[in-house]
Design a protein around this ligand. Structure first.
Ligand SMILES: *[C@@H]1O[C@H](CO)[C@@H](O)[C@H](O)[C@H]1NC(C)=O
Ligand SMILES: *[C@@H]1O[C@H](CO)[C@@H](O)[C@H](O)[C@H]1NC(C)=O
Ligand SMILES: *[C@@H]1O[C@H](CO)[C@@H](O)[C@H](O)[C@H]1NC(C)=O
Length: 316
C-alpha cells in the first residue's frame, strides 16, 4: 500500500503550493468564521434602526452548518476590509434590493471579490457564496457589466433543471441522491427576484461563460435563466434562489416552502459552503479581535410575522 501514500503526499504538496512536502501541512479549520455583507437599509424608518442591515436568516443558515458569522459593515475603509479579509474564511453575499453598481454593498463586494481572486490565485483558499442579489452581484463583478434582464419570478417555488453533469459538480456531488431527485422534481426552490441572468446573455458573455459553469436553470415561462452556478477555477458559488428562507423566514406568501425536502436542501447548501470555508486558514490576529468582530455583539430585531425578513441585524 505504498503507492497511494506517495500519491497523497504529492497531492497535499501541490494543493497548498508548498515547495517541499516535508514543510507542508494541510489541516481543516474547524472554527470557521464567515463574513456576511451588510447593505443599505432602504426602509423609510431606517433612522430608528440603522442605515444598514443583515437579514438574520443568513446568519442562522451559516450557524446551523457549523460556522460563526462576522458582519461586514458597508462604511469602512479599504484597509479595514483588507484586514478583515485575512481574518475570515469565506464571504456570503446575501439577497436584497440595492444597486449592483452604485451601492456601498456593491463597492464592498468588489473589494472582497478582488481580494478573493488574488488570494485564490496564490493558493490561499477563500470561498464566496452569492444568494439572489449576491448571485447577481457576482455576475456584475465577473463581467464588469449588468447583463440582467427582467423575469416574472417575484414569488414562485420552482424545481431545478440540472445541466448535464451538474449532479457531479463540486456543489452538488455530496448531496444525497433522493435530495437531488427532490430538487429536480418538487417545487422547493424559492424565487423572489425581478431580475435574472438569462442563458442567452450568459452564453454571449465570454467573461461569464469562461468563469462559471451553469449547474441549473429555470424559466419564467418565456426566458430561461441561470439558477445555480459555480466558478470553474475559484471556490465561488451562487444561487438565484433562496435556500435560507425555507427554515428561517415565515412570511405567508406564495413561493415560500417549508417542506422537509426544502429544508434539507437548505442545510446541504449551507453545509457545503461551510465545508469550503474550513479549507481557509485565515484567522484574526488575536482572540479578542475575533470576539469583538462576531455577530454575537449585535442583537437582531423582530420585524413581525408579515415582514420579508423576520429578524434583521441593524448597524448605525
Ligand atoms: C462606520 O460607522 C461607524 C458607526 O457610525 C463608525 O464608528 C465608523 O467609524 C465608521 N467607519 C468609517 C470608515 O467611516
Ligand atoms: C441582455 O443584457 C442587456 C443589458 O446589457 C439587457 O438589456 C437585455 O434585456 C438582456 N437580454 C436578455 C435576453 O437577457
Ligand atoms: C411549480 O413549478 C412549475 C415549473 O416546473 C411552475 O410552472 C409552477 O408555477 C410551480 N408551482 C408553484 C405552486 O409554484
Amino acid at each position: 500500500m505504498r503507492r497511494p501514500a506517495v500519491v497523497c503526499v504529492l497531492l497535499v504538496a501541490w494543493a497548498c503550493g508548498c515547495p517541499a512536502p516535508a514543510s507542508c501541512s494541510v489541516y481543516s479549520n474547524y472554527r470557521p468564521v464567515i463574513g456576511v455583507l451588510a447593505q443599505e437599509n432602504l426602509e423609510s424608518d431606517y433612522d430608528a434602526k440603522g442605515s444598514s442591515y443583515i437579514a438574520a436568516s443568513y446568519v442562522k443558515y451559516l450557524e446551523s452548518a457549523g460556522a460563526r458569522v462576522v458582519p461586514i459593515r458597508i462604511n469602512e475603509t479599504e484597509e479595514d476590509y483588507s484586514k478583515l479579509f485575512y481574518s475570515i474564511n469565506g464571504l456570503l453575499l446575501p439577497g436584497g434590493d440595492v444597486d449592483l453598481q452604485k451601492s456601498q454593498f456593491s463597492r464592498v463586494a468588489k473589494i472582497f471579490y478582488e481580494l478573493a481572486i488574488k488570494a485564490n490565485d496564490a493558493s490561499d483558499y477563500f470561498p464566496i457564496w452569492g444568494t439572489c442579489q449576491g448571485f447577481q452581484q457576482l455576475t456584475v463583478l465577473t463581467s464588469s457589466k449588468n447583463l440582467l434582464t427582467l423575469t416574472n419570478t417575484k414569488a414562485v417555488a420552482l424545481p431545478l433543471v440540472f445541466a448535464p453533469g451538474a449532479q457531479n459538480s463540486r456543489l452538488f456531488k455530496s448531496f444525497p441522491k433522493d435530495l437531488l431527485h427532490a430538487l429536480s422534481s418538487e417545487n422547493i426552490t424559492s424565487n423572489f427576484h425581478s431580475w435574472s441572468i438569462s442563458v442567452q446573455n450568459f452564453t454571449r458573455s465570454a467573461k461569464l461563460k469562461r468563469f462559471y459553469k451553469i449547474l441549473t436553470t429555470n424559466t419564467d415561462g418565456s426566458k430561461e435563466f441561470i439558477s445555480t452556478m459555480e466558478a470553474y477555477r475559484y471556490p465561488f458559488y451562487a444561487v438565484q434562489w433562496h435556500p435560507e428562507k425555507s427554515p428561517f423566514e415565515w412570511i405567508d406568501k406564495s413561493g415560500m416552502v417549508h417542506s422537509v425536502s426544502a429544508i434539507r436542501a437548505s442545510f446541504y447548501t449551507a453545509s457545503f459552503f461551510v465545508s469550503e470555508a474550513i479549507k481557509s486558514q485565515h484567522r484574526f490576529p488575536t482572540p479578542s479581535e475575533e470576539e469583538k468582530a462576531l455577530i454575537y455583539n449585535y442583537n437582531p430585531v423582530f420585524k413581525g410575522m408579515n415582514s420579508v425578513f423576520i429578524q434583521n441585524y441593524y448597524f448605525v
